[in-house]
Structure formats: C-alpha cells, structure tokens
Write a protein that binds this ligand. Structure first.
Ligand SMILES: [Fe+2]
Length: 246
C-alpha cells in the first residue's frame, strides 16, 4: 500500500497490469503443460516385451509351441486391446463422455491386467541350465521355511490353490508389505495381485489359464502345476523380495 500511495496513479496502474499479465502468463504456461502431458499420455502405447530365453528353452516342462503361442498371440492380444481401450479412454475424456469412460474400465482391467501378469510370468520362468528350478537362497528361502515349514510345503499349497481355482486365473506368491509376510492368493481372469490388496507385491505368479498348458497337458492342470516348478526362477522372486522387504 505504501508503494502505491507514494507512486502516481499511472505507475500504480502499470504495476498492477504487469502483475496481472504475469499471472495470466503463468496460467497459460500451466495450461500448455497440462495439454502437453495429456498429449504425451495419449501417445504412450505398450508393446510386447522380449522373452529373456528362447521359446524352446523351458522344455520339457513347457513346450516351445505353448511358449510361442502364449507370448506372440495371447500376450500380444492383451496389449493390442489394452492400447485400443486406452486410446478410446483418451477420446472419451476429451469429449467429456463419462458413460464411455466408465464402460471402458472392464476392458482396461482385463487387458491391462493380462499385460501386467504375463510380463511378470515370463520373468518367473527360467531354463534349467540358467538356474530354473533352483531353490531360493538368502532371506526368501529362510522366510519360506519359517512361514510354510519348507519349500516343498509351499509348493504343495500353491499347487492345491491353483488346481482348485475355478475357471481361468492366476495363483500367486506375494509379499504383503504392510503385514510384512508372504501370502498365497488367487485372482480370477486377468486380475493382477494388487486387486486383492494395495500392499501386495507379486514375487511369483503362475498362469492357470488353459492356454498356458492345454496343448501339452490337455485338461490336467495339476500335471502342469507339478512340472512348472522345474523352471521357476527363484532368483527373480528373491530379488523382488529383497528390494520390497528392505
Ligand atoms: Fe496366459
């Protein structure tokens, strides 16, 4: 006030105009950045990650034919449909079409979940010559023994839950970061583990959809579950556990 009172009306008015102009420029800049952010989000698409091994490298536990179809066809289809749904979502938001925004949620959950789950699944597997099937070492091995009695007891429990899951879905070994303990969970369809609790982190997910085993094991899911442990990558699960439980 002192500043304005000692200035003439002209100076005071100029200062106020300058301040208004600065405020407007700030608003415009914020608006531009927001639009850029939305535009860059619209351009974000997901693509099929490479497998860290050859399709036939998990044989005889999982055939090369299954791996190729599972990766190139099934996982790719989830990604294609996820990208399509996200593009439609972006358009609907721009149009202010709330009904379509809500309608798209199930496609996003299903296809986005399919992409998330399969991306984890490929890393949960490893050829035997690269350590597949080797029991976990370090703190994860110790926690499994403490919580479940033994690795064999944990495997039996996961297999039982996976075999009992009706329809299609996943069986998980997860870390509950809040309760600081290991959990075994199942999810239906392509629901990621986080849908069972916001503090759950997947260490290991096993796909129990028929497309994961039917060509080799026909409809005998327990045989698939029994054999998959020969190529489970416990090193990966241990690394996630170390990172997330620190
Ligand atoms: Fe799958």
């Amino acid at each position: 006030m002192y500043l304005f009172s000692t200035w003439g009306k002209k100076e005071s008015s100029r200062l106020q105009m300058a301040l208004r102009s600065l405020a407007t420029r700030k608003t415009l800049t914020l608006g531009l950045n927001s639009r850029r952010l939305i535009q860059s989000r619209a351009l974000q698409t997901f693509s099929l990650p490479d497998l860290p091994y050859d399709y036939g490298a998990l044989e005889p536990a999982i055939s090369g034919e299954i791996m190729q179809l599972h990766h190139q066809k099934h996982h790719q289809t989830y990604i294609t449909n996820y990208n399509k749904a996200l593009e439609q979502l972006h358009e609907a938001i721009q149009k202010g079409d709330s009904s379509t925004v809500v309608k798209l949620q199930s496609a996003i959950k299903f296809n986005g979940g399919g992409h998330i789950n399969h991306s984890i699944f490929w890393q949960n597997l490893s050829p035997i010559r690269e350590g597949g099937g080797e029991p976990p070492k370090g703190s994860l091995g110790w926690v499994i023994d403490t919580n479940f009695g033994s690795l064999e007891a944990l495997i039996q429990k996961i297999n039982a839950e996976g075999a009992a899951l009706q329809g299609s879905g996943w069986v998980w070994l997860g870390l509950d970061k809040e309760l600081k303990k290991l959990v075994i969970e199942t999810t239906a369809n392509q629901d990621p583990l986080v849908t069972k609790g916001p503090h759950l982190v997947p260490l290991l997910g096993i796909d129990v959809w028929e497309h994961a085993y039917y060509l080799q094991y026909k409809n005998v899911r327990p045989d698939y579950l029994k054999n998959i442990w020969k190529v489970i990558n416990w090193k990966y699960a241990s690394e996630v556990y170390e990172k997330e439980s620190a």
